[in-house]
Unconditional design. Structure first.
Length: 255
């Protein structure tokens, strides 16, 4: 087992620093913003705020997180970003050489209004028969706790699949992880532009809203921009998200 795979298995996530460098980020950021502006101009509702009872006291009712899917279908720059050898090396270290891209999702938290994500597991949204789904999150800008960075509950993936953990608060035990794990077991992942954050779909995570600056009483001027990718080993998958259904096991599963 490689060091990357070992850390991922132990912690339920792995942070790879500087996968995308300063020569790549400007073009990725520009095309990211272009996609957002086109969608906003179309008047389509692209606000994916959770509106959960778990975040009701953390954010205003007008909080925002812009989102859309499969940016690589509309941007050659982002298609090339997904084929970046450094990115693929990390994915293969964790999943092995047989990797399938399920989908990508763009997220942008605007200043002052950036929405929170409640504690949740991904598996209920994208279940796989052998729990082989991971998320690969590409950060295009700095993400601090003040800007609502990802918070990971260390060791939570050892608990396995938790029912009722889709961010709505229906599972009282799992949505009380702050108490259950204690303060020392929640890791705040501060990321910079170009970092790749890989996350197991059983790991419990959440994010805080982007908060106004306490000194100046204004929102941070930097938007948090990230692209989230769902990847898996080629095994049978049941998913209602894209209505994908593998009707028979792959040779690897049959063997």
């Amino acid at each position: 087992m490689s060091s990357i795979q070992s850390l991922f298995s132990e912690n339920g996530y792995y942070l790879a620093k500087g996968v995308y460098d300063s020569s790549q980020l400007p073009g990725m950021q520009d095309d990211f913003d272009r996609n957002v502006q086109q969608l906003l101009a179309s008047k389509e509702n692209i606000n994916a705020r959770w509106g959960s009872q778990l975040t009701r006291e953390l954010e205003d009712t007008d909080s925002v997180v812009y989102h859309t899917h499969n940016v690589q279908c509309y941007s050659a720059i982002w298609l090339q970003a997904l084929l970046n050898p450094d990115f693929l090396d990390v994915a293969e270290e964790i999943l092995g050489s047989d990797v399938v891209l399920h989908h990508t999702k763009l997220f942008q938290k605007p200043p002052n209004q950036g929405a929170a994500f409640p504690i949740h597991q991904d598996w209920q949204y994208f279940p796989t028969l052998q729990d082989t789904m991971i998320a690969g999150i590409i950060h295009l800008t700095e993400a601090t706790d003040h800007m609502g960075c990802i918070r990971v509950y260390l060791g939570s993936h050892y608990l396995g699949r938790q029912s009722g953990l889709m961010g709505n608060g229906e599972n009282r035990v799992s949505t009380s992880r702050d108490i259950f794990f204690g303060r020392g077991h929640r890791n705040r992942s501060r990321n910079w532009g170009g970092d790749l954050f890989s996350l197991f779909h059983l790991t419990e995570v959440k994010t805080q809203p982007i908060k106004p600056d306490k000194k100046n009483s204004v929102g941070t001027s930097t938007q948090w921009r990230r692209l989230s990718l769902k990847m898996k080993i080629h095994t049978p998958m049941l998913s209602w998200y894209y209505c994908l259904l593998y009707t028979s096991p792959s040779p690897r599963d049959r063997g």
